[in-house]
Design a protein around this ligand. Sequence first.
Ligand code: ADP
Ligand code: MG
Length: 261
Amino acid sequence: MSKVLEAININKSYATSGGGHITVLNDLNFHANRHEFVSFVGPSGCGKSTLFNIITGLLTPDSGSILLKNRETTGSPSPELGYVLQKDLLFPWRTVMDNVILGLEVQGIAKKEARARAAELFALYHMEGYEKKYPSQLSGGMRQRVALMRTMVTRPEIILMDEAYKALDYPLKIALETELLSVVKEQHKTVIFITHDIEEAVTLSDRVYVMKARPGEIVQEIHIDLGTDSRLIPERRLSPRFNEYYERIWRSIGTQPETLS
Ligand code: ADP
Ligand code: MG
């Protein structure tokens, strides 16, 4: 299996107001294989978003390196990497279609061609008929779909997601996760998925890195095999093996009250 992304000895600390510093990420080593769905799960404050920002190049680590297909990243955004955040960051003055094609426009593709390329995504994501609406006319779930479409339209090889479904209610979350899994498997994407939600990590992933806080460290790496090829989240959730993985992760995160925030 070839590694499409590799992180070597990543360290990051932030300056504190008292003049000291806190170590947020302590010597992280991890990788993602081609077409793999890899999650990071850990309590809030363990450094997941810091890690996300380092992978995307928005933040520079104090030491260590990120390799994208064996090449060290330089800090500028890579076209191979697409990302989706919890906050959907849609532009309110642009129609849904024009939000979706934003990344293509940035790449210098003419609006007409960009719209043609984006059109097929509307069917795939059950958003047909919403092309000319504005973000304010959409539900939270639809907005999150649009954010994902905007990422997918540029055809990134690797998709990085940070708590993308955190704010959604449970049934919607399940629906969007099912959709996500189906699309990324069909289109052979590599996904790096960041979440605090153990259930989400187990149901979606091929492999999970479990993190702890203060300082943020990887405490365990778990290969997930739910014994089913189903892409339906409810079916995966009901796998007899689900609980075993859930419990292992839960135990390695720890049950100290302060880690439950
Ligand atoms: P997570 O996404 O897992 O909740 P974050 O990466 O957002 O964790 O934050 C990790 C820790 O670093 C937290 O204690 C947070 O308060 C701290 N932190 C995050 N960003 C900054 C910053 N820019 N300056 C100082 N401390 C920060
Ligand atoms: Mg975060």
